[in-house]
Design a protein around this ligand. Structure first.
Ligand code: A3P
Length: 275
């Protein structure tokens, strides 16, 4: 060990910036921020605040692991460092690069009803455009191809919800037991249940309790209580979704059904996504 680094480590009482032993790889709009912040309530979990886009963006990846490490939080040897970048899930390069980085890493992926996820994705992009005074087509016009009347797979948000297809790319490298799947629909209504499962997956004591989470009536969501600090996620999480033509919802549900079925048999677990 470099003497300067050793002195620095001792000075900080064993605290060091460590590369992540666990990565939340996605999926965008499924509750990735809520999951990360709930996990942060655990005394042995240290989170990287920023979405690093290290394994998906060439210009970041080329900076090397030491660059990546600089953005990690300080931790003790008994801690687990977690980074989340939802973009990894759909990235072509991330699975292989993460495997090369640490082939025994623990991965977490959070899913949510695929149609709800598309609506959430649309709502976010729509609101960002409104802020910039740009016009935007209604959901129904983007999601359905007017000419064929079928679901428009040219729309990226539609493709992201084809979970089976993307997860397949990860299972080319990682074993099933290395990937923990969080139920994003359940995380909204019962965060503790999902957090307990993650604690088990990470081999940590069950230390996040009902004292750490509370339901905030005005927000309509569970919020975090770390003892000295109570907080909810920002207004950009938990947006009101627009009303969507039920026929379009049905088309989307029908479109996703075969992908869902394949996903369930691949992961050996079912979600309540049938309409
Ligand atoms: P909506 O804004 O569509 O409701 P991500 O962080 O991956 O972008 O996911 C955002 C979604 O997290 C939100 O989607 C919201 O439903 C969900 N979520 C789950 N738990 C939440 C919580 N405790 N507070 C706010 N949003 C939460």
């Amino acid at each position: 060990e470099d003497p300067d680094a050793r002195i620095e480590r001792l000075r900080l009482g064993g605290l060091e910036k460590r590369l992540p032993q666990c990565i939340i790889i996605g999926v965008r709009k499924c509750g990735t921020r809520a999951l990360l912040e709930f996990l942060d309530l655990h005394p042995n979990i240290k989170i990287a605040d920023m979405e690093m886009h290290y394994f998906n963006k060439d210009e970041n990846y080329e900076n090397g692991y030491e660059w990546y490490r600089k953005y990690m939080p300080f931790s003790q040897t008994s801690d687990i460092t977690i980074e989340k970048t939802p973009r990894y899930f759909i990235s072509e390069s991330a699975p292989e690069r993460i495997f090369k980085f640490n082939s025994s890493i623990k991965l977490i992926v959070i899913f949510r009803h695929p149609t709800t996820r598309v609506i959430s994705d649309y709502t976010q992009v729509y609101e960002n455009k409104l802020e910039r005074n740009k016009t935007f087509e209604p959901f129904e016009d983007i999601v359905i191809n007017k000419r064929t009347g079928r679901v428009n797979t040219g729309y990226k948000a539609v493709r992201i919800s084809m979970y089976y297809y993307h997860l397949t790319q990860w299972l080319l490298y990682f074993r099933r037991h290395q990937i923990h799947i969080v139920n994003g629909d359940n995380l909204i209504v019962n965060p503790l249940e999902e957090i307990k499962r993650v604690e088990t997956f990470l081999g940590l004591e069950h230390l996040v309790t009902d004292k750490n989470v509370y339901f905030n009536e005005t927000r309509g969501f569970y919020c975090m209580n770390s003892g000295n600090n109570q907080h909810c996620l920002g207004a950009q999480k938990g947006r009101k979704h627009p009303d969507i033509d039920p026929l379009v919802i049905r088309k989307l549900n029908n479109f996703y059904r075969p992908y869902n079925r394949k996903l369930f048999s691949m992961i050996g677990r079912k979600f309540d996504w049938d309409d």
